[in-house]
Design a protein around this ligand. Structure first.
Ligand code: EZ4
Ligand code: CO
Length: 403
C-alpha cells in the first residue's frame, strides 16, 4: 500500500479548520486535523511544502515509523506548528489503518476500557446568578461535569469569563487582535464565591471545574486553590503559565485542589517534571496539538505510571476530526480522566460528518471502520479561510500579561 497524494484544505464553517486528506493507491483515504487557532495557514505550508513531497510512495500503515520520520527526521523538533502538522498526518494514517483493518480505531489502541466517555461542557455568565442558572440548565441536559467561569465586576467580559463561553472560541474571535483587560486582585476573591453559590444550588453530585487560563503566578494559584478547597472542584485548570514546570511545586505544596494543565503542550518533554514529580492530576494534551494519536498515547502512557489521568483539550477550535480521534483514545486507555467537549456549529457538523456521537454528557465512539469523522470537500470549498485571531490580555496599566 502506498500514499499517492496529500491535500491540505482550510475551511471556515463558522471558524477556521486545517484539514489533511491522505490518498492511497488502494482507494482508501484518511482524514486528519491540523488546526492551530489563529495560525492556521502556517500548518498548511508545513505540510504542503515540506511534508507531502517526502511521504508520497511511503506505506501509510507504518504509523510509528512515519511519526518518527517526521519528528526525528526534520531535525527541528517539537513546537506547536510542527507537532500539529505531524498530528494531522498521524491521525489521517490511523484512519487509513483502521479502515484497512475494518475496525473502529479504538480496537487498534487496545479495545474498549470503558463504555462511555465523560465530558464536561462550559458555562459562563456576566454575574454569579447567571452562571448558577446556566449550570442548573446544563445539569438538566445530563451533564455530570461542568466548567464554570464568571465575568469580573469592574472589568469588561473577557475570553473565557464572559457570557456564552460555549460560543467563546467562535463568537469572540475577531479579524483584528482584540485587546482585553485583566486584574488578578479583582478575580481572586470572586471565584470562591462563585463555587460556594454553585454548591448551594446544585449540590455535590456534579463535578465542577474552573479554568484560570494561565493568568496567575504560582503563589496566587496556591492561594486560590486553598480558597476553593471547601467546594471540592474536579480541577483547577491552567493555574499558571506552564513553560516553567517547577512553578507547580509551589502550588502543590499549598493545596489539595486537583490540578490540570497541558492544552498548549505539544510533546511529552513539556510534561516530565509535572508528571514525574506528581505535581498535576490531569494532563490536557489533545490529538491535534501533541502529535496525533501516536503523540498523545505516548504522553498518556507515561502519565499512567504517575497516577496522572488524561483530559484531552476539546473546545470548538479543534475540528471534529481531532475530537473523534480523542474519543477513540479516551475509550481505549485505562487512565482516562475526562474529555472537554463544547460541541460544534451546524455548519461545522455539515462539513465534518461524524459517526461518533454525543448524548447527555457522554461521548461514544463509532463502531464503523476508522476514526469516524469524514470531510465534505465540496461543501468546505463554500467556506473559505477567514483571517481570525485570538485576543491578547493586558493589565490595567497597559502591560501585556499571560492568558
Ligand atoms: O482558549 O482552545 O479549555 N479550553 C480553553 C480553550 C482555549 C482555546 C484557544 O484556542 O481554554 O477555549
Ligand atoms: Co483551558
Amino acid at each position: 500500500m502506498k500514499i499517492t497524494d496529500i491535500k491540505v484544505i482550510v475551511c471556515s464553517p463558522g471558524r477556521n479548520f486545517t484539514t489533511v486528506k491522505i490518498m492511497t493507491d488502494e482507494g482508501v483515504y484518511g482524514i486528519g486535523d491540523g488546526t492551530v487557532n489563529g495560525r492556521e495557514l502556517s500548518v498548511v505550508s508545513y505540510i504542503q511544502d515540506h511534508i507531502a513531497p517526502t511521504l508520497i510512495g511511503k506505506d501509510p500503515l507504518r504509523t510509528e515509523d512515519i511519526w518518527q520520520f517526521l519528528y526525528k527526521g526534520a531535525y527541528w523538533r517539537r513546537g506547536p506548528i510542527t507537532m500539529a502538522a505531524i498530528a494531522a498526518i498521524d491521525v489521517a494514517l490511523w484512519d487509513i489503518k483502521a479502515k484497512v483493518a475494518g475496525m473502529p480505531l479504538y480496537q487498534l489502541l487496545g479495545g474498549k476500557s470503558r463504555d462511555k466517555v465523560m465530558v464536561y461542557k462550559h458555562v459562563g455568565g456576566i454575574d454569579i446568578p447567571e452562571v448558577v442558572d446556566g449550570v442548573q440548565k446544563m445539569r438538566e441536559q445530563g451533564l455530570d461535569a461542568i466548567r464554570a467561569q464568571v465575568s469580573i465586576p469592574g472589568l469588561p467580559p473577557i475570553y473565557g469569563t464572559g457570557p456564552s463561553t460555549d460560543q467563546a472560541a467562535g463568537g469572540m474571535i475577531k479579524p483584528v487582535v482584540a485587546e482585553e483587560v485583566w486584574a488578578t486582585h479583582k478575580y481572586m476573591p470572586l471565584v470562591p464565591r462563585l463555587f460556594e453559590a454553585l454548591r448551594d444550588a446544585v449540590g455535590w453530585d456534579v463535578h465542577l471545574l474552573h479554568d484560570v487560563h494561565h493568568r496567575l503566578t504560582p503563589i496566587e494559584a496556591a492561594r486560590l486553590g486553598k480558597d476553593l478547597e471547601p467546594y471540592r472542584l474536579f480541577w483547577l485548570e491552567d493555574a499558571v503559565p506552564a513553560e516553567l514546570q517547577e512553578g507547580f511545586r509551589i502550588i502543590r505544596q499549598h493545596t489539595t485542589q486537583p490540578l490540570a494543565v497541558g492544552e498548549i503542550f505539544n510533546s511529552v518533554y513539556d510534561t516530565t517534571t509535572l508528571i514525574q514529580e506528581q505535581l498535576i492530576d490531569y494532563i490536557r494534551v489533545t490529538a491535534v496539538h501533541a502529535g496525533g494519536v501516536t503523540g498523545i498515547k505516548k504522553i498518556f502512557d507515561f502519565a499512567s505510571i504517575y497516577h496522572v489521568k488524561s483530559a484531552c483539550h476539546g473546545p470548538m477550535d479543534m475540528s471534529p476530526i481531532c475530537m473523534g480521534a480523542n474519543v477513540h483514545v479516551d475509550t481505549a486507555i485505562n487512565n482516562f480522566g475526562i474529555q472537554e467537549f463544547t460541541g460544534y456549529t451546524k455548519e461545522t457538523y455539515d462539513v465534518f460528518k461524524c459517526d461518533w456521537r454525543y448524548d447527555r454528557g457522554y461521548l461514544y465512539p463509532n463502531e464503523t471502520p476508522g476514526h469516524g469523522t469524514d470531510f465534505d470537500e465540496e461543501l468546505a470549498a463554500r467556506y473559505p479561510y477567514q483571517a481570525a485571531y485570538l485576543p491578547v490580555a493586558r493589565l490595567e496599566d497597559g502591560s501585556m500579561t499571560s492568558w
